[in-house]
Design a protein around this ligand. Structure first.
Ligand code: SER
Length: 886
């Protein structure tokens, strides 16, 4: 008997030996297909190879592909647990030919594998073909030796495979095994075909066409092969068990669940165990691939799956949250084949625990309400839509959970009533935002939000994805199309572009598709989750409904990531250095720098800044992984996560942790833990380097810090180094001696200035420095000194006049200073014994007049004035003398 892991490797080895490249499973969230909710088949990752858009270095491939069939075109959710073969998560084993072999070889490879390698009994096997596909029927006759009754012709879509509404497709041939009369069911095409007796386990698709639109189907460039074998079904066949849930892998998961619950599965509750085992797999794999529970889109499908499982855990009597405890069992079974499970184990565990803890709070009360509401109902009755909506809205019961809960009693739900109740609530919300006074350009986003739902953000995991344009807004109005040269806002169903929020700027990049290229210069988040890509159509025509590729400017995003993560590290370092009163007051994470405002009412010293920078860089050098978890706000805060004041948080928040604290109370614990929806580096080393470049006060009690990271920080340092070297070379010393050299020069200059002032004074007093009548003369019987001096500051002129007055003992002094720009200042001093005869104020006015100026003022013994024309200095002295002489 072969275990699941063995069957997988036998399959892959067989095709490897037959010239196939073994390719890894692609993620459950398709990167290359915007129309699909989840990867639902092995061919999804090769879609563009089939259509010729993409080429690979091989023409034959084989994979074991993770697949989810819930919430999309292929949806098995409702059946899981109640049939022997339906699963929401399964592994699809497949072999592919891209224009290489076709029908004959595909049938031959399949036949040899199942009969020779797997040893299935030929007489138990039968196949279906599409009713017009005589070619395939002929090969089955030839290769397997089947008679006509073992080749069943089917005319329905069951034998025409399509991935979704569009994409590669073609007729197919399915291989069935008859599991024996003891199981109920009939062959395909018979009225009993839904029974489990005839089990389909391998589908060979002869890919011939591409469905381009609903109406248009074209030939693929080269006929190709896509096959899909359900690994779990094959395991049930090879292990001789009736249901996929009895295979080794599921038995181990169910054992883990029953040992937690304390009782094993019995006839009455086996469905619950099966639901739990299946939903555990889909939940864990979806979380590992970046889906987190939410109220819309993929996140809501995940939430529905998780909550469905949780109700069954409750039914089984689990007293505590159960699902998270089963994660180790799943990792044991599948972690080797899918390492993303082990890598994501912590996130998976916490997400499950959080969801179940929260849901249990309302689950019991919701089930009570449901029991009351259905007490008088019987099989065939219907639960009213109002109650189903209340369960949905107030108790968090997804509609299908309510349906599942009533399934055993054959009670259905009034779906129209449910939709009416939902619509009433929407109308209320609409009235609220319509009346909120937002500008018309803003209300348009609310309208689009309601119509289209929130945009799925893929940008935590990828910078490139495909999407479908769901709306185009031009000049404030929604339009169906826009053309080259126009500036538009584009909404896409899913996007890797980050919409500006939490201080981090929106992404830029390109949106392009058939016949259109839009250069995106900004992305904004509007109306609670609509991502609006703003840009200019650089070529072609953008149309609503067009499939496009979205590519974020990778280098710019890299800088944004580094700056955002650095903000967290600086924040924590500031709290360590300055104290825990430091709280973030706003931030800007731009590509070229980061800005960070904090509450702190003192200047930050140079030493403190250096310490902050050093601590933050210590964590950079650790190069430790940056981890993100989803938590309830309360739990996050209890764990010490920093929440930003004034930010609105949902019930669940992303918590970003980085680094390991080296010092202090938190030593060996995570260094920075913050609630944050931004994008971050994978490991702190990716920041490269943090450099704080400025700190200033911006408002009372708020300081602003600016910093650079990575290359920008390095450039900044380079620039500073260059400047230092230039200064050193100008000073003709080594960079190490610049400081002492500059200090020496400053000191020397001070000394020289002092000496110069002294020398000028001496000159002014002793003659030589000035001109004109230098010597003391006698005018109107009193001693008189008059001088024009240069190089003396106006402020020193008074001191000079004073000194000259002292020297005279009794007399009148006039000093005229000529400044470098040719203007004059004049001081007149009169010794006290003469102020009765001459007023310094009168005399200075005479001088000012002669210098082309006006006025002047002071006291009778000392007065000052100015004039525009120092060349008239001599004339001014003469004028004073004349005035004295009367
Ligand atoms: N695409 C086909 C299927 O999903 C075969 O792989 O069944």
């Amino acid at each position: 008997m072969s275990g699941v892991n063995e069957i997988r490797s036998t399959f892959l080895d067989y095709f490897r030996r037959n010239g196939h490249e073994v390719v890894e499973s692609s993620p459950l969230v398709p990167r290359n297909d915007p129309t699909l909710m989840f990867t639902n088949a092995g061919m999804v990752q090769f879609k563009n190879v089939f259509t010729g858009l993409e080429t690979r270095p091989y023409v034959r491939a084989a994979t074991a592909q993770k697949s989810v069939r819930a919430g999309g075109k292929h949806n098995d959710l409702d059946n899981v647990g109640y049939t022997a073969r339906h699963l929401t998560f399964f592994e699809m084993l497949g072999n592919f030919s891209f224009g290489d072999y076709f029908k004959e070889r595909a049938i031959e490879l399949a036949w040899n594998l199942i009969t020779k390698e797997f040893g299935l009994a030929k007489d138990k096997l039968l196949v279906t073909v599409y009713h017009t596909d005589e070619e395939a029927a002929g090969y089955w006759k030839k290769i397997a030796g089947f008679s006509d009754d073992r080749i069943i012709r089917i005319a329905t879509s069951d034998n025409f495979w399509a991935m979704g509404d569009t994409g590669p497709c073609g007729p197919c041939s399915e291989i069935f095994i008859d599991r024996g009369e003891h199981i109920w069911g009939g062959p395909p095409g018979s009225p009993e075909e839904d029974g489990d007796r005839f089990l389909e386990f391998w589908n060979l698709v002869f890919m011939q066409y591409e469905q381009v639109t609903k109406e248009e189907r074209i030939d693929l460039p080269r006929p190709s092969i896509d096959t899909g074998m359900g690994l779990e079904r094959m395991a049930s066949i090879l292990q001789g068990v009736e249901s996929v849930f009895e295979t080794d892998l599921f038995r181990h998961l169910i054992d883990a669940a029953s040992s937690e619950i304390g009782k094993g599965p019995g006839k009455d509750n086996v469905a619950s165990y099966r639901v739990i085992a299946d939903h555990l797999r889909s939940s864990c794999f979806l979380i590992a691939d970046g889906v987190l529970p939410s109220n819309e889109g993929r996140g809501y499908v995940l939430r529905r799956i998780m909550r469905r499982a949780m109700r069954h855990a409750q039914l089984l009597g689990a007293s505590d949250p159960l699902m998270w405890k089963l994660v180790p069992a799943l990792v044991r079974e599948m972690g080797q084949a899918y390492p993303e499970l082990s890598r994501g184990q912590a996130l998976i565990t916490e997400t499950l625990k959080l969801e179940e803890t929260r849901f249990r709070k309302t689950l019991a009360r919701g089930l009570g309400l449901l029991a009351d509401a259905t007490e008088t109902l019987h099989a065939g009755d219907m639960l009213d839509g109002e109650t189903a909506f209340k369960l949905y809205d107030t108790y968090g019961f997804p509609l299908d959970l309510t349906q599942d809960a009533l399934r055993q009693r054959s009670i259905s739900v009034d779906l129209a009533g449910f939709t009416d109740a939902m619509e009433r609530q929407r109308a209320e919300a609409r009235a609220n935002w319509a009346g909120s006074g937002e500008a018309a350009t803003e209300t348009i986003w609310f309208g689009l939000r309601e119509k289209l739902g929130a945009t799925e953000f893929l940008g935590y995991d990828t910078e490139k994805a495909e999407g479908v344009i769901t709306a185009i807004v031009r000049d404030g109005a929604a339009v169906d199309a826009a053309t080259e040269g126009e500036t538009v806002s584009v909404i896409v169903n899913q996007t890797p572009f980050y919409g500006e929020s939490g201080g981090q700027m929106g992404d830029t990049g390109m949106i392009s598709g058939e016949g259109v290229a839009i250069e995106i210069t900004d992305t904004q988040k509007k109306a609670n989750g609509v991502f609006v890509h703003i840009g200019k159509i650089v070529s072609g025509k953008a149309k609503v409904g067009a499939a496009v590729e979205l590519k974020v400017d990778h280098a710019r995003r890299g800088r944004l990531r580094a700056n955002h993560s650095a903000t967290h590290l600086i924040h924590e370092a500031l709290r360590e250095v300055l104290g825990t009163h430091v709280a973030q007051k706003g931030s800007l994470v731009a590509p070229e720098r980061l800005r960070f405002d904090i509450s702190h009412n003192k200047p930050i010293s140079q030493e403190e800044l250096e310490q902050v920078e050093r601590m933050a860089n210590e964590i950079v050098v650790q190069n430790s992984p940056v981890t993100t978890r989803l938590m309830s706000v309360d739990d996050a805060i209890a764990e010490g996560a920093m929440a930003l004041f004034g930010e609105k948080y949902g019930d669940e928040v992303r918590v970003v942790s980085m680094g390991t604290a080296l010092h202090g109370q938190k030593a060996n614990r995570p260094y920075s833990v913050e609630l944050c929806g931004g994008t971050h580096v994978r490991a702190t080393g990716d920041i490269g380097l943090i450099r704080i470049v400025s700190d200033a006060a911006v408002a009372a009690g708020v300081r602003r810090i600016e910093a650079l990271t990575g290359e920008d920080a390095r450039h900044h340092l380079d620039e500073q180094d260059r400047r230092l070297k230039a200064v050193a070379s100008a000073l003709k010393v080594g960079p190490g001696e610049v400081l002492s050299r500059v200090e020496g020069l400053v000191e020397e200059r001070r000394k020289l200035e002092r000496e110069l002032t002294e020398a000028r004074k001496k000159l002014a007093l002793g003659g030589g420095g000035g001109s004109g009548a230098g010597e003391t003369e006698t005018i109107a019987g009193v001693s008189f000194t008059g001088r024009v001096v240069t190089g003396v500051q106006p402020k020193d002129l008074k001191g000079l006049a004073d000194e000259a007055k002292q020297a005279l003992g009794s007399g009148v002094v006039v000093f005229i200073g000529a400044s470098d720009d040719g203007k004059a200042s004049v001081v007149v001093a009169v010794t006290p014994d003469l102020t009765g005869r001459f007023s310094a104020v009168d005399l200075v006015r005479v001088a000012a007049d002669a210098l082309g100026g006006q006025g002047g003022g002071g006291r009778p013994d000392m007065a000052q004035a100015g004039g525009p024309d120092a060349s008239k200095g001599e004339a001014a002295i003469a004028a004073v003398k004349a005035a004295m002489a009367g």
